[in-house]
Design a protein around this ligand. Structure first.
Ligand code: ADP
Ligand code: MG
Ligand code: ZN
Length: 492
């Protein structure tokens, strides 16, 4: 179903993405954001527990991340912004309201360009604002088998940035590619690790259909609970198809929030949608409005890294990579680091050869090591070592089969490739006498093939060279082995 297009309707999609910002402490208190291994409710204080009388203090780093993201997407920063209380009642929200931003977000009217199978797409980004995360609810059973809901406040008050697009995306693929590009940008800016599997990046898609040529939007459905880019695409494709069928059957679409069931591959109704006025947004009286000082903004601009789009064109132009290779490398922070370090260490090696190793072997191993290998210690690849290895392969000092074996061990142990090569006895055999001795042995054990060659079937030489390569476990240089076999058979 993915990618299918219903001919009668145009899909209209707007995406809301929440990302956890990379800070040491929470949004409005000094509690640690390092909650992955922490026992429940151990990262809490009166502020993030919402106790009466506790006062919030703004985390400067979190604000800087949103300002930097805003600059990276060409958004404008208002002269001053303020905080608002979004009121609703739910057990994950201890104060009964969430501190967020309503009409004066830190970034507004940006855009992001990304590549799809149908070319470049630019989507408008309506806003990016700061807010605090809620607590986590755990639904379980107690000792007597009664259903209970437990609350872990470690997540309460973590800094979140919400980024909202205009309703300008028109396919499931576009929405997935937008989310992937935004992730690459956030990781490059250091704003977030944005690991979807860890809940550091949560994607919600608003999906509606309208007949082709109609300007007015159709009723939208909000889809949640997609925990991978693949699910984002599948869920939206499913929703487009579901709505098209309903409209074809003369039904009306109800403005619901639906969840994605990855196993069954369907969306289901979670609740009917609240309108935004239900939240009774009110200015937050405990926090001062923020003024963005021009010098501060200039310092943030100066600190912006090379963004993914610029990096992709540099890879194409400076290294002659294909658009595909460039985008695969840039989409993965670890892969592009390894690629650049390899090129820097071995400037004589063809970038295309290095790119093949990174998009092939490196990413294969990274995938095996787990979804977060690029931010964890799982793979121990040193780019300079890879550069060295690729040079040896290019110069015929090591067969590519052996090099793969060496690289795999380097990736897990971090040992230098030269150490691994000596350890495995993979030093190339370039000694003429040693190689001739092996060739003589191969010729002696294959008398029929030798007779064929002497009867004029010179194509059988290839078979004999293959036997020599096998006998040396790939340590001989194929061209040398070929020349010596021909010499021995008197073909030269
Ligand atoms: P809310 O805050 O209630 O979710 P917003 O009006 O801020 O609603 O819109 C949220 C997202 O929904 C935005 O990304 C917007 O582009 C998108 N959106 C709004 N209307 C539609 C529509 N008819 N079809 C698809 N997406 C829409
Ligand atoms: Mg919404
Ligand atoms: Zn706290």
């Amino acid at each position: 179903m993915v990618g299918s297009v219903h001919p009668a309707y145009e899909a209209v999609i707007g995406v809301e993405i929440h990302v956890q910002l990379k800070t040491v402490s929470k949004m409005f208190c000094g509690c640690s954001t390092d909650i992955a291994e922490a026992p429940p409710n151990s990262r809490t204080c009166p502020v993030c527990l919402g106790l009466p009388g506790a006062l919030p203090v703004i985390n400067r780093r979190a604000v800087e991340h949103v300002l930097a993201t805003g600059q990276a997407i060409g958004a404008t920063t208002p002269e001053f912004t303020r905080w608002d209380r979004k009121n609703y009642f739910y057990p994950d929200l201890p104060k009964g309201y969430q501190i967020s931003q309503f009409d004066l977000p830190l970034a507004a009217n940006g855009r992001l360009a990304f590549e799809t199978s149908e070319g470049t797409v630019i989507v408008g980004i309506r806003r990016a604002h700061l807010e605090e995360d809620t607590a986590r609810l755990i639904h379980a059973s107690d000792a007597d088998g009664r259903r209970v809901s437990l609350v872990d406040f470690n997540r309460s008050g973590l800094p979140l940035m919400e980024i909202v697009t205009e309703p300008e995306l028109h396919s499931a693929e576009q929405a997935r590619r937008y989310a992937e590009e935004l992730r690459a940008l956030l990781v490059a800016c250091g704003a977030s690790d944005a690991a979807m599997e860890e809940g550091q990046m949560r994607v919600e898609a608003n999906v509606s259909l309208r007949p082709h040529g109609q300007e007015a939007f159709g009723t939208r459905v909000e889809v949640k609970n997609m925990n991978s880019f693949r699910s984002v695409e599948r869920a939206i494709a499913f929703e487009i198809e579901r709505q098209a069928r309903a409209l074809d059957a003369g039904e009306t679409i109800s403005q619901d929030t639906r969840g994605w069931d990855d196993e069954r591959g369907v969306t289901y109704v979670m609740r009917s949608k609240e309108d935004s006025h239900d939240y009774r947004y009110l200015p937050e009286p405990d926090l001062p409005p923020l003024r963005a000082d021009p010098a501060w903004l200039a310092a943030i601009a100066a600190g912006l890294p090379e963004l993914p789009a610029a990096r992709r064109s540099r890879y194409r132009e400076a290294y002659g990579l294909t658009p595909y290779d460039a985008s695969v490398l840039v989409a993965d922070a670890g892969a592009s680091d390894v690629f650049e370090a390899a090129i820097a260490a071995e400037p004589g090696v063809a970038p295309k050869a290095v790119a093949n190793w990174v998009t092939g072997e490196y990413l294969r191993l990274a995938k095996q090591a787990g979804p977060d290998a690029e931010i964890g210690p799982a793979l121990r690849v040193d780019g300079a070592e890879l550069g060295h290895l690729v040079r040896m392969v290019t110069e015929g000092e090591l067969s590519s089969t052996n090099a793969k074996q060496v690289f795999e061990r380097h990736a897990t142990t971090g040992e230098p490739v030269t150490t691994i090569i000596s350890d495995l006895g993979l030093r190339p055999i370039d000694d003429r006498d040693a190689l001739m001795a092996i060739i003589d042995e191969v010729l002696a054990t294959n008398p029929a093939a030798v007779a064929d060659v002497q009867a004029g079937k010179t194509q059988v030489v290839g078979f004999l060279v293959g036997q020599v390569m096998k006998a040396t476990r790939g340590q001989a240089q194929a061209s040398t082995a070929q020349a010596l076999v021909r010499e021995r058979l008197g073909l030269e």
